[in-house]
Design a protein around this ligand. Structure first.
Ligand SMILES: [Fe+2]
Length: 413
């Protein structure tokens, strides 16, 4: 039976809350970060009208597919037209639980059923929604990207080639600069190995410091994959950044096979203890790293991992050659036994800002530890990784184009 006093108190509370909400006063007691509207809907600058804030950028999300992403200034209905000829002929939009995604700005549309190793043309469209009422939706103008192209991955093929960037730290000019060093070799994907930023502020930072330079340099035609570093876990926009990326398995840590290589990607978290006052009680990375160790142990027992000619790990914080702070030490304790047990061939990291190629050390790490540099001029690196069924070669170039490290492996299986 209800306590009459409690019921009366509850009615009083509800009445107060309703009146506060109606006047907007409730909002004043909530922090701005909580009040921040869904970034997918909130236009940063509606006065600029219906324009693209980014060009399309491709994300690799799995075999037979390609995910096309872009950001518009105003809420829209968006779609991709694609096909093997300039006539295109196929159309894709995003559907979730029966709803075609619309009245959003951050677009993530996955094209499926694609043929491997095939060049497709595509064009993205955003049709502004000027008014959204039930039974009366009003469209405005439609904008499009122009005709673009990409070649689908051939995951069953005999080779793979990728570039690795890390520790860009909010220096957008680094991305096109390092891409100029790649030469004419074809590249299947670019891997962004964490700390692209110092901390997360807002959408403009994501666009200006990463998405725009990536699209301008390569990402309209070549997909990139991303894993967080310790710096992407900081700042008021830290929980929103996932909306701007699409990874295989839809998670921050994931695995995939491309040609002869199986890739395991680990999200290494923060570098200091979770209880450190600078984090103010809002991180919990110890448990998250442990969850990933259990996951990696399973992945590394899978047929895809066992069958792969080469087993490569991407993780921002390296397992060795670090400063012995808590995060790196925890990574070392959790992941090194797994990598040794399951015979990982190569581990590629960043974080320390000291580039280097470290040979295996028996009894410690039976795998080479490769660390990319950054972020200042004269210390930035681009890694080029190529593999076929017989051999894998990694070359590390400094930002002046000089090779400062390399590693060569012959297939053991
Ligand atoms: Fe870092």
């Amino acid at each position: 039976m209800n306590n009459p006093k409690q019921s009366a108190d509850r009615r009083t509370f509800l009445k107060s809350a309703a009146s506060l909400g109606a006047t907007g006063a409730l909002g004043s007691v909530l922090p701005a970060a909580v009040l921040a509207q869904n970034p997918s809907l909130q236009s940063p600058n509606p006065a600029n009208g219906h324009v693209f804030l980014t060009e399309p950028y491709l994300q690799y999300t799995g075999p037979g597919s390609m995910t096309v992403m872009w950001v518009a200034n105003l809420p829209s209905y968006s779609w991709v037209e694609y096909g093997e000829t300039d006539a295109l002929g196929q159309k894709a939009h995003r559907v979730t639980d029966g709803l075609v995604e619309a009245y959003n700005r951050i677009n993530r549309i996955t094209l499926t059923g694609l043929k491997p190793g095939t060049t497709y043309k595509y064009r993205v469209y955003s049709k502004e929604i000027t008014d959204f009422k039930p039974y009366k939706l009003t469209y405005g103008t439609t904008i499009d990207s122009g005709l673009l192209r990409f070649t689908t991955p051939n995951e069953q093929g005999d080779s793979v080639s990728c570039l690795v960037l890390n520790d860009v730290h909010d220096r957008p000019e680094t991305i096109p600069h390092l891409l100029t060093l790649k030469g004419n070799d074809p590249v299947d994907f670019v891997f962004l190995n964490g700390d692209l930023f110092d901390f997360q502020t807002d959408e403009k930072q994501l666009i200006d410091h990463l998405l725009k330079p990536c699209s301008a340099s390569f990402a309209k035609e070549t997909p990139f994959l991303f894993v967080r570093g310790n710096h992407e876990t900081r700042g008021k926009y830290r929980s929103e950044i996932h909306q701007y990326f699409a990874n295989p398995e839809g998670r921050n840590y994931y695995s995939y096979t491309w040609g002869p290589v199986h890739f395991t990607v680990i999200d290494t978290g923060e570098d200091k203890p979770d209880a450190e006052p600078v984090y103010a009680g809002i991180v919990d990375f110890d448990a998250y790293r442990q969850e990933q160790a259990r996951w990696a142990d399973q992945v590394m027992q899978s047929p895809a991992f066992k069958k792969a000619r080469f087993r490569v790990v991407f993780m921002h914080i390296p397992t060795f050659y670090h400063n012995n702070w808590h995060g790196p030490t925890h990574c070392q304790q959790l992941f090194t036994p797994l990598f040794n047990k399951h015979k990982v061939d190569l581990c590629i990291s960043g974080h320390t800002h000291r580039y280097g190629v470290h040979e295996p050390v028996a009894g410690q790490h039976n795998y080479p530890v490769i660390i990319g540099g950054g972020p200042k001029d004269g210390n930035r690196t681009l890694m080029k990784l190529k593999a076929n069924r017989k051999e894998l070669h990694l070359s590390m170039l400094l930002d002046d184009g000089k090779e400062v490290g390399s590693y060569h492996l012959t297939a053991k299986r």
